[in-house]
Design a protein around this ligand. Structure first.
Ligand code: NDP
Length: 290
């Protein structure tokens, strides 16, 4: 068997086109467009790259980006003041606090200060709670993008045996909740899981967000499984997933490539969350919800 590739490009393009058109309509009606603030501290290369990429992607769909760069030795008090002022800023409808934070910074405290209505990353405890309760407002973009991929490629979720490897607050846990809320039977694995392969082999749908290149091999899959690989690991000049693609593609029915799978959808969904925040701010119906 050679698996069908679940590519993120077409879905990402559809979402971006929708946002661009909708922003034009809202701009004409209200004379204003959405704004996104991206706050980063220090010069972590991945963080710099992501802020620039996101900023360019935002501009292309009519969202005005504002990248706030803080020095690596920024004080907690100054960082908090920045968050408070962005909360108050009527031109900013979404705020992203980019990790990693400098080691002396209390990131949890910063996140708790965010205006939940501008928390387009879905990391504020209130938004995590709403998601937990099955009435989500903002869902982290990466797992929501994974779900949209599954839906776009007609993967049945109801009653499916789903396994999520990784339990971070930003990918693994919300992915598990998304699947559970769509009536899959969900198992979550992590670094203390006793026999990982025995669990992954049960999965009709396997979602992997670990950060270890090639952790999941073809022999750890059930034949015909659907595999969503969130891993983005730089190896030499390449980006590879957490799934060993060469062996997995022979066993799975569908699989996301890395790059070109979950990555492009993540950015589009994040922009979609900004559009939702702007629509809520204006009292308009949400056009890309659910
Ligand atoms: P974290 O480091 O926060 O979490 C990793 C998880 O993997 C933890 O729950 C950890 O378990 C678990 N884990 C570690 N080793 C093993 C193992 N040997 N077996 C089973 N589980 C293990 O990572 P993130 O969730 O932030 O990111 C995961 C991956 O997804 C990374 O490659 C990251 O780059 C990528 N990513 C991709 C995005 C995209 O757009 N595609 C966006 C965000 C992240 P424990 O909890 O026990 O420590």
């Amino acid at each position: 068997m050679t698996a069908e590739l679940m590519r993120g490009g077409p879905i990402s393009k559809r979402i971006r086109e929708h946002i661009r058109e909708r922003v034009e309509v809202l701009q004409a009606k209200y004379g204003r467009g959405p704004g996104l603030a991206i706050v980063r501290a220090g010069d972590d290369p991945a963080s710099v790259w992501y802020a620039n990429t996101l900023s360019k992607a935002a501009e292309k769909v009519g969202i005005t980006p504002r990248v706030v760069v803080l020095p690596a030795d920024v004080s907690q008090a100054t960082f908090e003041e920045i968050v408070r002022s962005l909360n108050q800023d009527a031109d900013v409808h979404g705020i992203i606090l980019q990790e990693p934070y400098p080691s002396h910074i209390d990131g949890e405290r910063l996140v708790s200060l965010l205006d939940p209505n501008k928390d387009v990353d879905g990391v504020h405890p209130l938004n995590a709670g709403y998601h937990f309760l099955g009435t989500p407002r903002f869902i982290p973009a990466t797992p929501l993008g994974g779900l949209l991929l599954l839906e776009a490629y007609d993967v049945p979720l109801r009653g499916a045996e789903a396994v999520v490897v990784g339990r971070s607050n930003i990918v693994g846990k919300p992915m598990a909740l998304l699947l559970l809320n769509r009536h899959a039977t969900v198992t979550v694995c992590h670094s203390r899981t006793r026999d990982l392969a025995a669990v992954t082999r049960r999965a009709d749908i396997l979602c992997v967000a670990v950060g270890r290149p090639g952790l999941i091999t073809g022999e750890m899959l059930k034949p015909g499984a659907v595999v969503v690989d969130f891993g983005t690991n730089p190896v030499g000049d390449n980006l590879v997933g957490d799934v060993d693609f060469a062996t997995a593609v022979e066993v799975a029915a569908k699989i996301t490539p890395v790059p070109g799978g979950t990555g492009p959808v993540t950015t589009a969904v994040l922009l979609r969350n900004v559009l939702n925040a702007f629509e809520r701010f204006l009292g308009e119906p949400l056009t890309l919800d659910g």
